[in-house]
Design a protein around this ligand. Structure first.
Ligand SMILES: Nc1nc2c(ncn2[C@@H]2O[C@H](COP(=O)(O)OP(=O)(O)OP(=O)(O)O)[C@@H](O)[C@H]2O)c(=O)[nH]1
Ligand SMILES: [Mg+2]
Length: 482
């Protein structure tokens, strides 16, 4: 086509092409600078740990309508150029014809306009192609990243399941004692005497009642509860409901189970089923020195983890040397995170951090260990009240549970401890530990009767499985088993 044009027309077309090429180069250079200046586009989602595989971008064509428009413009230009040539031929034949010269000028103007149109359409096609390519690249990148994210999530889930299985096995393998085994000493103590007495074939006379009174008072249930139990037997005798000792035994069993059945807080038997308060469920574990708080926190963490809850430990005992390390061992064993502070640092601050972290990370339960203290030491009890207030500042409903850990071997002294801790902190549940090592298990009846606070767990040994969720019926059955 160019060959068909005259010398001046060829020059004009060449100039136009050169200008268009220069314009394109300038545009590309500007785009490259802009791309360099622009920070890399941030795609949604987490950064991937693994390197992304190579992104495959499909071949991209400019949209068909754009290509067609550009083509039409070129054809119009070619037509005008052919008409210009014809007009010029006419001028060559008749140089005096003003009409022929006017025709040439008209076509020259038209060609100039059409050339601009071609340039415009060409630019638009290039832009559309660039846009389509970028879109395809972004889509391909997104798809590749989504694929990589899904693979990583699947890998993490498989690792989590494997860990979960391993932990479950660990806890299951570590078979603990049965409740009856754990209560063997208590059963060998006052319960053995009570069972022997109630099993004897003898008259239900005053002498027998006197003996029952003596047995109940020797049990660690406390004077008040022993008296109340005896009273209930006398009442039923008066109503002629009890004709023999075996009936007295049933009546006592019923009465003890009634005392122990204080009912769990709504939605919450132990901590397996958590209540509806917004998470995290914060448990503040308190008690006298050496009762088993840290051990209970550790066992509970392992149990809750196996039950599918996410757990965080707060090392609120910054006082006793080695307390943090002791809890660290449990965190490691139960595979749960822990928040620790420096030794001697403010326990409230450490636990505040723990609850805040649990809120941020949407963790289900925070178990807060605290330093052991004598219930009679006012300053130490005041410190604990402060810690409780701080927990409330970290999370509106916290602590949802104030768990008092009581050592069953301390017998009736435990009732006094419980009363004072309750006055100071509003205890919401008990854990009675070391029941395996004492004949004084009757104290649990006294605590429930006097304080009307439910027992959540009982500890009957040092293994995770030795922390049992408290079930009054099961407990009474194990207690009376001969
Ligand atoms: N036999 C038996 N031992 C237990 C039980 N619970 C805790 N222990 C043991 O009691 C001892 C004290 O337990 P810790 O958990 O350290 O007690 P603590 O209340 O945290 O002690 P302080 O932090 O010093 O106040 C440890 O040797 C535990 O293994 C239980 O139910 N049965
Ligand atoms: Mg401790």
């Amino acid at each position: 086509m160019l060959l068909a044009l005259t010398g001046s027309a060829q020059l004009l077309v060449a100039v136009v092409i050169l200008v268009a090429a220069a314009l394109l180069v300038a545009l590309l250079a500007r785009a490259a600078v802009a791309r360099r200046k622009k920070p890399p586009e941030k795609l949604p989602g987490k950064p991937l740990a693994a390197e992304l595989p190579k992104i495959e971008v499909p071949e991209i064509a400019a949209p068909a309508d754009r290509v067609a428009r550009e083509q039409r413009a070129r054809e119009d230009l070619e037509k005008a150029q052919a008409s210009l040539q014809t007009a010029r031929d006419a001028v060559s034949r008749d140089p005096q014809s003003a009409a022929a010269r006017a025709e040439v000028q008209r076509y020259e103007r038209e060609i100039s306009d059409l050339q601009r149109k071609v340039d415009y359409e060409q630019r638009k096609t290039a832009e559309a192609l660039d846009k389509a390519r970028k879109f395809a690249e972004a889509a391909a990148r997104e798809e590749t990243e989504a694929k990589a994210r899904a693979e990583e999530a699947a890998r993490a889930e498989a690792a989590r399941r494997a860990g979960e299985e391993a932990r479950k096995k660990l806890v299951e393998q570590e078979k603990g004692r049965t409740l009856a085994e754990g209560l063997a000493r208590t059963r060998g103590g006052f319960m053995a005497r009570l069972n022997a007495f109630l099993g004897a074939a003898r008259e239900l006379d005053d002498a027998a009642l006197g003996e029952l009174e003596e047995i109940l008072f020797s049990a660690d249930v406390g004077v008040r509860t022993a008296t109340a139990l005896l009273e209930s037997v006398r009442e039923r005798l008066k109503r002629n409901e009890l004709s023999n000792l075996s009936k007295v035994k049933s009546a006592l069993r019923e009465e003890i189970e009634r005392i122990l059945s204080l009912g769990a807080a709504p939605g919450q038997s132990g901590h397996g089923g958590l209540p509806d308060t917004p998470p995290p469920f914060v448990v503040m574990v308190v008690g006298v020195n050496g009762t088993g708080k840290t051990t209970t926190v550790g066992k509970l963490a392992a149990k809750l983890k196996v039950a599918g809850k996410s757990v965080l430990l707060g090392a609120g005992d910054t006082f006793r040397a080695g307390a943090g390390e002791q809890l660290d061992v449990w965190a490691d064993r139960a595979q749960v995170p822990i928040v620790r502070g420096k030794d001697q640092s403010d326990p409230g601050a450490v636990l505040f951090d723990a609850v805040t972290r649990a809120r941020n990370e949407k963790i289900d339960v925070v178990l807060c260990d605290t330093a052991g203290r004598l219930h009679t030491k006012t300053s130490l009890m005041d410190e604990l009240k402060g810690v409780k207030r701080t927990l409330g500042k970290a999370h509106a409903s916290a602590p949802q549970e104030v768990l008092l850990v009581v050592d069953a071997t301390t017998g009736q002294n435990a009732i006094q401890q419980a009363r004072q801790f309750h006055e100071a902190l509003g205890v919401t549940g008990f854990v009675l530990t070391k029941l395996d090592g004492t004949a004084k298990g009757g104290v649990i009846i006294g605590i429930c009767d006097e304080l009307k606070i439910p027992v959540r767990y009982v500890g009957i040994g040092e293994k995770v499985a030795d922390l049992k969720e408290f079930d009054p019926h099961e407990f009474v059955q194990a207690l009376f088993a001969e």
